[in-house]
Design a protein. Structure first.
Length: 278
């Protein structure tokens, strides 16, 4: 039996403590035809030492100056020889059967463009929760990412879209924008109904750092895909107003709290006294 090759791309930046676990999860895949390409995105000396140690176990180690995740991923994929690409962040890891099950789904339905799964989200204390992405077609991705950032897709689709966005400052949203690119031509994202991915929650991670920039980055995606959002203008309008309503609800909830009212009452006379000296 001939097995299509899967290229596992691991972009690494200063992850000395976790990169080995990530690489081992790639090495331990039950699927028989894989290659592993690690891209060192300008890591520190400690991480480089770990990468040098594990280099004999992987297919290719690429080194570049720090240029960000999108460029690191694209550079890794350019060296790939697989029919399928699996992106894996260097602090996360897959269960051994993911590649085998993902490739099988691709072969069962040629309309599938992305294969993802349920994710165990954990920190140093253990499991926090289980995240279940929605999957689905383009409509499911217009206003939010319905897949994990680490998932499998076809090399042909990466080539057809030009890869991950490298110029727009959408750090943290590059996966979502890439999936929009893939699904614009049709097809859908399939979600394997199993926990096959482990996502590490870390303080100071990209996800936590960009939380306050979400709307600005979403605006850049809308501008890049202007025609797509114009054709779905009513849905866009509804989504934006729902975001405003949620923000107002959270704001009102905080101002109604007893602590806020007490604090306001205490500060009022102090502010009055302060105003007398202006």
């Amino acid at each position: 039996m001939i097995y299509s090759k899967v290229s596992i791309i691991i972009a690494c930046y200063n992850d000395a403590h976790y990169i080995e676990q990530s690489v081992n999860s790639a090495l331990n895949q039950t699927y028989p035809n894989i290659e592993i390409i690690v891209v060192d995105d300008g890591s520190n000396a400690e991480t480089k030492a770990v990468l040098k140690k594990i280099e004999p176990q992987i297919t290719k180690l690429l080194t570049q100056e720090n240029q960000g995740q999108s460029i690191a991923r694209n550079n890794g994929i350019r060296f790939a020889k697989g029919d399928y690409i699996l992106n894996l962040d260097s602090d996360d890891f897959f269960e051994p059967s993911f590649c085998e099950k993902a490739v099988k789904k691709f072969q069962e339905d040629d309309k599938i463009k992305i294969v993802t799964c349920h994710a165990n989200r954990f920190n140093e204390k253990g499991t926090v929760d289980v995240f279940v992405p929605n999957g689905g077609d383009l409509n499911n991705f217009l206003f939010g990412n319905s897949s994990l950032g680490s998932c499998m897709f076809k090399m042909l689709d990466w080539e057809g879209t030009g890869g991950y966005e490298e110029k727009l400052p959408i750090l943290g949203f590059e996966d979502w924008e890439f999936y929009i690119q893939i699904l614009k031509s049709g097809g859908y994202a399939y979600v394997i109904n199993e926990i096959l991915f482990n996502y590490r929650l870390r303080e100071g991670s990209t996800t936590s750092r960009i939380r306050h920039e979400r709307l600005d980055k979403f605006k850049l995606i809308i501008k890049k895909h202007r025609d797509l959002y114009v054709s779905n203008f009513d849905l866009l309008l509804e989504d934006l107003f729902n975001r405003i309503k949620r923000e107002e609800f959270e704001k009102n909830k905080n101002t109604d709290r007893l602590e806020f009212r007490i604090g306001k009452a205490v500060l009022k006379p102090l502010r009055y006294i302060k105003s007398l000296f202006k």
